[in-house]
Design a protein around this ligand. Sequence first.
Ligand SMILES: [Mn+2]
Length: 424
Amino acid sequence: MIDKNLLEESQQAELANHRIRYDFLAGQLTRSGSDVEGIIRQLNGFQVAIPSWALGTGGTRFGRYGGGGEPRSLEEKIADVGLLHALNASSGAISLHIPWDIPADAAAIKALAADHGLVFDAVNSNTFQDQPNAPHSYKFGSLSHVNPDVRQQAIAHNKAVIDHGVSLGSKALTVWLADGSSHPGQNNFREALSRTRDALAEIYAYLPADWQLLIEYKPYEPYFYSMVIPDWGTSMLLASQLGPKALSLVDLGHHLPNTNIEQIVAVLMMQQKLGGFHFNDSKFGDDDLTVGSLKPFQLFLIFNELVDGMAATQNPAPAWMIDASHNLKDPMEDLLQSVEAIRTAYAQALIVDRVALGEAQQANDPVRAQQLLQDAFRTDVRPLLAESRLRMGAALDPLTTYRQLEVRRQLISQRGKNTRSTGL
Ligand SMILES: [Mn+2]
């Protein structure tokens, strides 16, 4: 746990600098018509879930270089997310992956999370790996498999994941299917999708009344010729056929290069089918890199559509989660950077002059429209984010505090150098 006195002491010297920066920005934004207090309130309420598998070092199929002090149990993963939340006041939810993180005592785990101010976000099922002693293999698919016994095993697993989620207070199941084919002719596309829809319908029927089923899509990998749910259109088709509790989930890394993701967001929201987001960044494919590290403008454009859509459509509030892998960085530092990038894009989208943008669109004035977006994107909103954290008792600058307090060194001394977190 972060000692609040130490935290305050460590940033005492920075407070005066922050005040100057914040007052300047707040004055500027107020003069240009922004409701600064309203923006701070929206930032305060914005929580991004941390997945339980992102707290350890990731790897590639070539190797993995652990950084030490990784959580050894679900309890330690919750402690790590609690630490992030204490520093940034924006990581107040954890998303579990089953079977990597099955709670032995759900009530105790729920209480532990509550001690850290955390709730449980969507639970995630896994039919992309065979589990020890499972009677059937997913080598050739799970919900789309030609053998009904394999499909039933995958359906039963998803129902069990829902049960775990219910015991923790989760409200959604995220399904990412690794089903697909690597060779032309291997699968009958029509039949594979129709089997998947029927299997998802059985899972959907098992959902509690206040739950959602979030359907993730991905164009390739692990299979390289076809994926059964390759794109947002297929995901939305399934969600539409299943019913109102089924929605699409957008993972930023699950698109082919140069895909206009912000347009996908807009259309899904128009259909009230945007259920959730997995944030990361990428250069080539599903790279799972730090959010906003490569394409911050794309992230801003996506948030511009999200803010617009949340005000103008009946789309339910989406679930926000980071879905990244940390091969070189300390995972905690990477997650702090990612949450900051997400909040930056959100704050920038909140200061877009939407009335003027609407007028520019009506007047067919692309120059003015571009200027309005650039004005927001080029505004340094970091003092707003710091002010929001300060008011919630968190760190002015989470990353600097994390290093000043030598958190990783302490985790290594408590847990050891060679611990390995379950997950990626
Ligand atoms: Mn994902």
